[in-house]
Design a protein around this ligand. Structure first.
Ligand code: COA
Length: 199
């Protein structure tokens, strides 16, 4: 019953809206999904792979939370609301972590082996944050709602926002290169305008 105790304590600690034990046991999909995940993870570790995947699929069907049976998640992790959460096979989630709806702990699609994030103790991950790759969110880090995180976050630091950049042939185009291109384009436009005026 260590799991249930940890879940009840985590929900009481982190959700100011909670009213009763009955409510915790019946109305928290995070608790239900982690309970089902424990079974799926046990089956996975005992090489009952199909059964494990099937339980995980049922878990998704019932709670809207998709956790690969291989993921390692501490019993005191609190998944709040939960709908749309996706946690990949090699993700590791430590104690006291809070995860809101829509969070992805996924792979970038490029790595093999350990390819999902490691989330250390007491990390907070806001709604719809996308955390990709075998990176580490170190102890006590906070990830803002809607953030896209592709690099390690140091202990206690907060990461917010989405910063997309152009990529070409597998590499980022540095901002200075873009600025240079913009300047050359402006110069070209000015020359063309000049030539048109001359005609
Ligand atoms: C990131 C967060 C944890 C706050 O962290 P914090 O360290 O206290 O940050 P602050 O509130 O001091 O904000 C610092 C800066 O980040 C910005 N910021 C905060 N959250 C942000 C977010 N999610 N996306 C983009 N920018 C954000 C603030 O606007 C501020 O910038 P500014 O100084 O230019 O105005 C919080 O804003 C957040 O996103 N929480 C998620 C809550 C959630 O998912 N709730 C779901 C409930 S159903």
């Amino acid at each position: 019953m260590g799991f249930l105790k940890s879940q009840i304590a985590a929900i009481r600690k982190h959700d100011p809206a909670v009213r009763s034990l009955l409510e915790i046991l019946t109305c928290y999909p995070g608790l239900h999904s982690l309970a089902m995940h424990r079974l799926a993870h046990w089956l996975w570790r005992h090489r009952l792979l199909f059964l494990a995947r099937f339980i995980s699929h049922m878990n998704r069907f019932l709670t809207g939370i998709e956790i690969h049976p291989g993921a390692r998640i501490n019993a005191s992790c609190f998944i709040d609301h939960g709908m749309g959460v996706v946690i990949g096979e090699t993700a590791v989630v430590g104690p006291g972590v809070r995860i809101f709806q829509g969070v992805t702990l996924g792979g970038t699609g490029k790595e093999r082996g350990k390819r999902h994030p490691t989330v250390e103790a007491d990390v907070f991950i806001g709604a719809r944050a996308i955390v990709l790759g075998p990176i580490t969110l170190a102890q006590g880090a906070k990830i803002g709602a809607g953030a896209v995180v592709l690099d390690d976050v140091p202990p206690g630091r907060t990461a917010v926002g989405v910063r997309s950049v152009l990529v070409e042939e597998g590499r980022r185009i540095p901002r200075c290169e873009l600025t240079e291109l913009k300047a050359r384009l402006e110069q070209l436009e000015a020359t063309l305008k000049e030539k048109n005026n001359e005609c």
